[in-house]
Design a binder for this molecule. Structure first.
Ligand code: ADP
Length: 457
């Protein structure tokens, strides 16, 4: 089989310029990577947990050592501010520590006894795991899958996004330096290489990305009954009730809509505001959004460019459609002319289910607001979505918030705050946001299966 393209042209979204030309892995190279992973799995699986942890700790030290150059690479090829890239690295380090702590609990064998028998239940690794990831958190997301896969004794073939191949390469180099040969392998490329990897001799796919590709993966994995973890994005609602602290809610609406240029699975994508306080809320959002500084990712700004041209075009087309179909743009709404893929932070009101902006994932710096009658109306609208990742509720009444939370069809809910919870709790979606969890004991279990050995007393 011949590849359609031989190189990835890695662009800097701040300038639109090509910063690196990366060779795409050939089908033969993908096959060799999988073969190496299969061979390495045999010994890695038998390596004592404490030695696997010790390798991870060395990796952690190198991530700290090279943090500045990793952050620059992330900013250069993905366009997030340097400040956010450093934060991303910090989060990844916290998550490695948590994974180590969890593994020490999870891998203790469980012993069951009755009058006649003893059963020992172990957690054993699954085998060769293909890790396929997107560009929006090019370090955090791959590590949230690679780390638990490796600690559990699996080997990994990692395919980073074609929009963040250099960060992918750095991750591979740091891990590979501290692991036996073949325990982690790198393949580079886009869809085509992903498909070749799916069809090769792997045992599991751990994927974060779009719903469309998630479905392809599920179909492909059904042939060999490969295990899968799919995290497929969201369309998170934010519900603002009349008794909310409106200033705090407005600050959050802006922050959580534009953070990472809106390119976050749990971005606020739809804001439902009770009619009675909607006018006041609009004014407060306007005050906040006007404070957003757009510019050079190395300066003290809140917003860099969008990660790529296609992404910017998609966001602009959703804004245009909403504008044509009667929504009102109160702020922004245009691309910023000049170099790079910049877009104005945007505040748009009177959007509804008839606009793609309220139904399809936007993934851009847009606060999209719709007025609702009351809490019931907000719940109904929130649940009318294929997605079910996160949601936030803003009210001073904890009782009311908990009642609403129980009715919302999402995996994660934040009350008067975002959805990220205590470290060690799962990152989880339902409905077409996929299945599988990250960052918890349940998350790590997914990279293992139970094995039971029974004997007579
Ligand atoms: P995003 O737009 O967030 O990058 P995608 O779902 O398009 O989401 O891509 C996520 C990852 O899936 C990327 O690494 C991409 O190269 C890979 N990918 C895209 N299409 C396929 C496919 N058909 N099979 C396997 N992997 C794919």
């Amino acid at each position: 089989m011949m590849l359609k393209q031989k190189f990835i042209m890695d662009h800097n979204p701040s300038t639109g310029e090509v910063i690196e030309k990366i060779k795409i892995s050939s089908p033969g190279e993908v096959a060799s990577a999988v073969k190496l992973a299969r061979k390495a799995f045999k010994t890695w699986d038998e390596t004592a947990l404490k030695n696997r942890i010790s390798s991870l700790k060395k990796i952690e030290r190198d991530i700290i050592r090279f943090a500045d150059s990793i952050a620059k690479t992330i900013s250069n090829e993905m366009g997030k501010t340097l400040k956010s890239a450093l934060k991303e690295i910090q989060n990844a380090l916290v998550s490695i520590d948590k994974n180590i702590e969890i593994s020490e609990k999870l891998f203790k064998p469980e012993i069951f006894r009755d009058k006649k028998l003893i059963s020992e239940v172990y957690k054993v690794p699954i085998g060769v795991v293909a890790v396929i990831t997107p560009w929006n958190y090019p370090l955090d997301i791959p590590l949230s899958l690679i780390v638990p896969a490796l600690i559990s004794g699996n080997s990994v073939v990692f395919k980073p996004s074609e929009y963040s191949p250099m960060t992918g390469k750095l991750i591979f180099e740091i891990f590979n330096k501290h692991l036996p040969k073949g325990v982690i392998n790198l393949v580079q490329g886009a869809e085509e290489v992903g498909e070749i990897l799916l069809q090769s001799d792997i045992d599991m796919v751990a994927f974060v990305g779009s719903r469309e590709v998630g479905k392809i993966i599920m179909r492909e994995c059904s042939n060999k009954l490969n295990r899968i973890i799919l995290e497929l994005g969201g369309k998170d609602p934010m519900i603002v009730l009349r008794d909310a602290d409106l200033k705090k809610a407005a600050e959050f609406a802006v922050y959580a809509s534009i953070n990472n240029c809106g390119q976050l699975c749990t971005s606020v994508e739809r804001v439902y505001v009770e009619d009675k306080i909607a006018g006041e809320f609009e004014k407060l959002v306007l005050v906040e959004i006007k404070k957003v500084k757009v510019g050079n990712v190395y300066d003290d700004v809140n917003l860099g460019p969008m990660a790529n041209e296609q992404q910017r075009a998609k966001v602009l087309s959703q804004i245009d459609e909403a504008r044509r179909k009667g929504a009102r743009i109160l702020y922004g709404g245009n691309k910023i002319e000049g170099k790079g893929y910049f877009i104005e932070p945007t505040f748009i009101v009177d959007v509804s289910e008839k606009h793609d902006l309220m139904t399809d994932e936007t993934f851009g710096p847009v606060v999209a607001m719709q007025r609702v009658r009351d809490a019931e109306d907000a719940i109904e609208k929130s649940n009318k979505s294929r997605y079910g990742l996160g949601a936030t509720i803003w009210t001073k009444s904890q009782k009311k918030a908990l009642e609403i939370a129980s009715k919302l069809e999402t995996g994660m809910i934040g009350i008067n705050r975002g959805v990220g919870g205590v470290t060690g709790t799962p990152w989880v979606g339902i409905k077409e946001s996929g299945f599988g969890y990250h960052g918890s004991i349940d998350g790590m279990k997914q990279f293992t299966h139970p094995k039971k050995i029974t004997y007579k007393k």
